[in-house]
Ligand binder design. Structure first.
Ligand code: ATP
Ligand code: MG
Length: 337
């Protein structure tokens, strides 16, 4: 009897282990899949956690380095939407390091758009813009910021100390440098009136001109060698505007001014006139003779002043620009396109 019980137990044990083996056989792939899944998820999390900074680092390492700060625009077309009319079409322009260029044109013609394209804040739909020999959009943001600065039409001032506002683009600026910059652009008296560098600014308590002076000192202190002033002195009186512009012109680097006064344009080495049909670039006196729009703007800016009648544009490459195409071309043969 005992023998039969033992045999029965052995048979039952065999069945149980076979059953376990079958269940195990069935479960193992599922378990493996689970383990694999968890491994994948964990690894994925690890990778995704490290991808952004690492990818950013790799991108930074491979970002091309600019050589200088010369600007080259070739066949640049830009529109604000796929179905919109281009604001700028097939533009060519060269701006050499150290130049002082004024951009003029009627309201809404595309001056601020061009300023943003030059600085890499907007990307062209066609053509290319190089800064220091590199497409401006390919530069690492830090390098771009180190090379160029743009002061927009509406000067940005934030609640904080005068020093924080002035040194936003040059955090390590020494107080002596800050005072020199403030003096150069004509903001020293304002800063003293505000209570000096440690005083806290209330942006709403500043006039538009005072905000512009703060922004001008900030740009002057920045390491950027290319400074673009987009009507950044429009709320200053003519004498203060002159002082600020001359300070930037004397500063090492390129100055591009979107001008709203004839005096601004006349001070520049070259003037670029944008109109809806074409564009002309050259010295003030030359452009005055060749661009009807510029002559008209000058008359508007200086009523009563004698302005020569614009001469017909000579038939060379500049004159081959079809009406309704906007191309920047030299009118004085001095540089470029
Ligand atoms: N973000 C935008 N989205 C769509 N259209 C825009 C945008 N910004 C500007 N525009 C349009 O592009 C054209 C050029 O604008 P832009 O501001 O460059 O002109 P502007 O010459 O600087 O004018 P202003 O002298 O008034 O400052 C205008 O027709 C304007 O309405
Ligand atoms: Mg504008």
């Amino acid at each position: 009897m005992l023998r039969y019980v033992k045999i029965l137990l052995v048979v039952l044990a065999a069945i149980a282990s076979a059953g376990l083996a079958i269940v195990g056989f069935l479960l193992v792939p599922t378990l493996l899949r689970l383990i694999h899944f968890r491994f994948d998820v964990t690894l994925g999390r690890l990778l995704s956690a490290s991808r952004s900074p690492r990818a950013a680092r790799v991108a930074r390492q491979h970002a091309p380095a600019a050589s200088g700060y010369g600007l080259e625009l070739r066949d640049v077309t830009f529109r604000y939407g796929p179905h919109a009319e281009p604001v700028l079409r097939e533009l060519d322009l060269s701006v050499a390091p150290g130049e002082h260029l004024a951009i003029v044109g009627p309201s809404g013609i595309g001056k601020s758009t061009l300023a943003n394209l030059l600085c890499g804040s907007l990307a062209p739909d066609a053509g290319y813009i190089q800064l220091g020999g590199v497409p401006v959009g390919d530069l690492a943001p830090k390098q771009r910021a180190a090379i160029r600065t743009l002061i927009p039409q509406e000067a940005y001032v934030f609640t904080g100390t005068v020093r924080d506002n002035l040194t936003y683009l040059a955090p390590n600026a020494h107080p002596a440098e800050i005072h020199l910059a403030a003096h150069a652009v004509g903001a020293a008296e304002l800063i003293a009136r505000l209570g000096g560098l440690p005083a806290v600014l209330d942006p709403d308590a500043l006039s538009a001109g005072e905000r512009q002076l703060i922004a001008l000192v900030r740009a002057y202190l920045s390491p950027a060698r290319l400074v673009v002033l987009d009507e950044a002195t429009s709320n200053l009186d003519p004498a203060t505007e002159r002082r600020a512009e001359e300070a930037f012109a004397d500063r090492d680097g390129t100055l591009i001014v979107i001008a709203h006064r004839i005096t601004s344009a006349a001070r520049a080495g070259r003037v670029l006139v944008l109109d809806g049909a074409s564009a002309v670039v050259g010295h003030h006196e030359t452009v005055l003779k060749r661009s009807a729009l510029y002559a008209e703007l000058v008359r508007y800016w200086q009523p009563g002043s004698p302005v020569p009648d614009p001469a017909p544009v000579p038939r060379r490459r500049t004159a081959l620009v079809p009406v309704n195409r906007r191309r920047f071309a030299p009118s004085d043969g001095s540089r470029g396109e």
